[in-house]
Ligand binder design. Sequence first.
Ligand code: PLP
Length: 433
Amino acid sequence: MEERQFTLRQSDLPRQWYNIAADLKEPLPPPLHPGTKQPVGPEDLKPIFPMRLIEQEVSTERWIDIPDEILDILSLWRPTPLYRARRWEKAIGTPAKIYYKYEGTSPVGSHKPNTAVAQAYYNKLEGVKKITTETGAGQWGCALSMACNFFGIECKVYMVRVSFQQKPYRKSLMQAFGATIFPSPSDQTAFGRKMLEQNPDHPGSLGIAISEALEDAVSADDTKYSLGSVLNHVLMHQTVIGLEAKKQMEMAGDYPDVIIGCVGGGSNFAGLAFPFIADKMAGKNLRFVAVEPSACPTITQGKYDYDFGDSAGMTPLLKMHTLGHDFVPPGIHAGGLRYHGMAPLVSHLVESGYIEAATCGQLDVFESAINFTRAEGIIPAPESAHAIRVAHEEALNAKLEGKERVILFNLSGNGYLDLGAYDSYFAGQLQKT
Ligand SMILES: Cc1ncc(COP(=O)(O)O)c(C=O)c1O
């Protein structure tokens, strides 16, 4: 039998997160206070996040220990499997070797719990009673609802309205964990009411949902806010993905020539890529491709500039690729990729030449997703299918050139609660972009 699975033992779970800030040649431009335009200090962030997360956000320590209480929960599904997609390679007829790290094996179906568990834990340590958040397709909302449930914290989720309608079962899953969910824009906040006045059928966006969750969090003392992507500490929590994948690629006896991940705010891509970017910084030759939807082309079409992380302009200003904080992307099915900005760390590494970006149209993405499903059996989340599309293109290029290459991509989530999107695709009702 050909080797397809590279499986680690529970004891191989990484004990430390990798913090790429320690290895940057140029430090990351700091977040700025919108009023003073001065770098924000820990005190400015204290009403929003627990101190331990603020410390991680600004840390330049290379390795940060993962507390046992977090490891204990991660070990419910980690280490996650790494697969060689041999059947897909044959179906494509490519000389390339294709590997994928599968984060869809977590209880809620994506990589998002890797940081949700850590964030809920540090909030619990500080006695926080309630956490508010936004969610696009619902993967992040489900992850945080599960994590809050494990630590006995109340969870309130603002779910982008178009996704709320497209993905009703993610709402059910969040409810199963005891969370409360509102379609955003909602009537719960002043900003939501303002958006609804302008357009009662507003589709919502991640930027608007973040504003609502923030407004809600700062209005109560026992409540804090949690973000599922973009920030340094979130990306760092996701590095367990790449640290495991490094060991698994070693087991497979290969090393990637190209690493691919989809990018919404940048966290699953960074989680897989950053531990390997450390190798590139040390002289290894490999490429990194961040894939975004052509409907929301943040890196390829956006400006690299200071902008707000949310639509209402409540967050500090972040130096990042941005389409403008009032940009409302079309209602594509990859709801988790409908974000106007990008993680400052990913943007910085694009600017310094470590990461390339690519865009894909919605129909091409679903075509490659189905091509993958028919060979490997897994239905990918529409977000993750963007990485599949570029892996597919890389494999076809290898075929054209008649050259072997090793491709590694992140299958960040499964699409079993996104089957409505697949229905629309089969019915020919999806927009091209
Ligand atoms: C399965 C999946 N992949 C990727 C993303 C994009 O987010 P990020 O870029 O932070 O990984 C999401 C966001 O909701 C998601 O649910």
